[in-house]
Design a protein around this ligand. Structure first.
Ligand code: SAH
Ligand code: SF4
Ligand code: F3S
Length: 559
């Protein structure tokens, strides 16, 4: 079996859970698509470009499928949910579709698909035009059955998928995964007018805190020291214990009812409610082995002081916030249905910095953001307002996307995509150039400082160098494509996500000589440094003195 993941961290985590579940059922994985008899793509639909990648991957399989009638092809994730069964008609190479809200059904469908295809003779497996015939299986949530009520949430078997996460101990010197994602909230209720996520991922539901803490404990016992909590609007996490429903002894996830109205603290926080701040504090206190706790992605509105205080007062909570603004124009923010103004956004940034930006004690706050360029009706004046916000916000980095109309969204239906492509392109380059200059300045502030870094692996440069050396020796080596040390193509959400094959070999730590390593600061700045090859360096936290900087990374020396 082969699985490739597109899109955001949610998808990466989903692929990990799906792989664990399928492994437990006896399926084996390969890093080479050509060797696999089952091919799964876990897909993203956030922009058209993300979808096109999947279409071309699927197109590549048509011929092979006619030759190999037993081949099973599955599309999981947001594209499956968005396009629905139309996808099977357009791409008959696909045998099964599973939306992100139905992944718990994958093993059953897969079993069915393997049997169906196994029984197809080569003649049956293609139509008269020699196009493959699909097994035609699907599990999709559908817009009409959004898991919107407490009862629908109570029947949430997806929770079992998260609960059954296979956690294997980190092996010394072996494949390194001391860093893990933990989902705290599924779905999204915001309905920004450009965005497919509420349609593909369904309504917001919060996981019970006990499940989250238990998962963190199990990961910590297995050797994980860095955890990133995931949610589309992660800071809206809120769980009401009085209203919790238990089925078969398992507390069920709860529909999203975050507080609104500009409060800086949840007015109903207390014994019966676990707020986001409470959750962070509990993980910090109850799972001390986790030396770094982060969270993405934050929603700028109603970011409570309670959360900022908890981060300030707990040393293992990272001072890094990813808070997309999307635009610097109040007119466009309104059309996007973002629910805040630029003034409110910058007030939040100032407040966050007042609480958390303490470079003098070696703990600066770093912030990153997302922007959409060329949203319908965007004028030069709107764009200038976005440039002004980028100047003011001083992001360490920002993910900048050209607007892509998504079928099914309000913007797609109601607001024509009227900004010409070349205008989008020009504004995109101008904003990128500005952000690059800001990133350079932020990075330059680190030169001469000492920082603690979490060593994530060999740098991309080092891995490419090794891959070339191995290839020159006639053997091919696949380098795992996770972002380290260098900027990379971004195809999914704005959270530094990348297209990657999930079960590709992890580059092993080297065994002799000097290697270039990549690492991250508490504020998520990328640091590269050369060090003697040393088993155990990857996955540990080390102190580095920063000597040089660029817009994309810092370069330093181990202290
Ligand atoms: N929940 C997060 C974002 C999830 S999608 C939030 O609200 O901030 C990740 C990013 O993709 C968004 O921040 C946005 O910048 C971008 N994006 C989403 N839909 C898009 C579209 N239709 N066209 C271009 N960019 C889009
Ligand atoms: Fe939800 Fe974020 Fe999409 Fe808005 S941009 S609808 S908050 S996922
Ligand atoms: Fe879905 Fe994540 Fe893409 S939620 S649409 S995979 S950005």
């Amino acid at each position: 079996m082969y699985i490739e993941t597109f899109g955001c961290q949610m998808n990466e985590l989903d692929s990990e859970l799906v792989c664990g579940q399928l492994r437990a059922l006896g399926y084996g994985f390969t890093a080479r698509r050509d060797d696999a008899d089952v091919i799964l793509y876990n897909t993203c639909s956030v922009r058209e470009h993300a979808e096109q990648k999947v279409w071309s991957r699927l197109g590549e399989l048509t011929e092979r499928k006619v030759r190999e009638p037993g081949l099973v092809v599955g599309v999981l994730g947001c594209l499956a949910e968005r396009d629905g069964e139309a996808l099977l008609r357009r791409m008959p190479v696909v045998d099964l579709l599973v939306g992100p809200g139905e992944l718990d059904k994958l093993p059953g469908l897969l079993d069915n698909a393997v049997r169906t295809r196994g029984s197809m003779l080569s003649g049956d497996a293609a139509d008269e035009h020699n196009k493959p015939r699909s097994a035609g299986l699907s599990a999709l949530q559908g817009n009409t059955s959004r898991r919107s009520g407490t009862l629908a949430a109570a029947a949430d078997t997806l929770e079992m998928l998260d609960l059954s996460r296979a956690v294997s101990p980190v092996e010394d010197g072996g494949p390194v995964s001391r860093s893990a994602y933990v989902r705290i909230t599924r779905g999204c209720n915001k309905f920004c007018t450009y965005c497919v996520v509420p349609f593909t991922r369904g309504a917001e539901v919060h996981r019970p805190p006990e499940h989250i803490i238990d998962e963190c404990k199990r990961l910590a016992q297995a050797g994980v020291i860095e955890i990133t909590l995931l949610g589309q609007t992660v800071n809206h996490y809120r769980f009401e214990h009085g209203a919790a429903v238990t089925i078969g002894g398992v507390v069920q996830p709860q529909k999203g009812r975050s507080y609104t109205g500009g409060h800086r603290r949840d007015p109903f926080a207390g014994a019966n409610v676990t707020t986001f701040a409470d959750l962070m504090q509990r993980i910090h206190d109850e799972v001390p082995e986790v030396r770094r706790l982060r969270f993405v992605t934050s929603y700028p509105r109603d970011f409570g002081d309670d959360v900022l205080e908890v981060i300030r007062d707990h040393p293992r909570l990272c001072r890094y916030l990813h808070v997309p603004a999307q635009s610097g124009s109040n007119r466009l923010l309104g059309m996007m249905n973002r629910g805040y103004t630029v003034e409110e956004y910058t007030e939040f940034l100032d407040r966050a910095r007042a609480f958390l930006d303490q470079p003098e004690i070696g703990r600066p706050l770093e912030v990153s953001g997302d922007f959409i360029i060329g949203f319908p009706t965007e004028t030069e004046e709107d764009f200038e307002a976005t440039m002004a916000l980028v100047r003011k916000a001083r992001y360490k980095n920002a993910f900048i996307f050209k607007y892509s109309p998504r079928p099914g969204t309000v913007a797609y239906d109601k607001i024509p995509d009227d900004v010409p492509e070349e205008v989008k392109r020009r504004r995109n380059s101008a904003l990128l150039a500005l952000q690059q200059a800001v990133s350079e300045e932020v990075a330059a502030g680190y030169v001469g400082r000492e920082v603690d870094v979490f060593v994530t692996g060999l740098s991309i440069k080092e891995r490419k160098r090794r891959a070339r050396a191995v290839a020159a020796g006639g053997v091919s080596l696949t380098v795992k494509g996770r972002s380290v040390g260098e900027p990379e193509e971004d195809d999914g959400c704005g959270s530094g996500c990348s297209t990657q094959a999930t079960h590709v070999e992890t580059a092993q730590e080297p065994s002799s000589g000097i290697a270039q390593y990549s690492a991250r600061t508490d504020g998520d700045m990328i640091v590269v440094f050369d060090a003697p090859e040393h088993a155990g360096l990857v996955g540990s936290i080390r102190r580095v003195r920063i000597e040089e900087s660029s817009a994309f990374s810092l370069r330093g020396k181990l202290v």
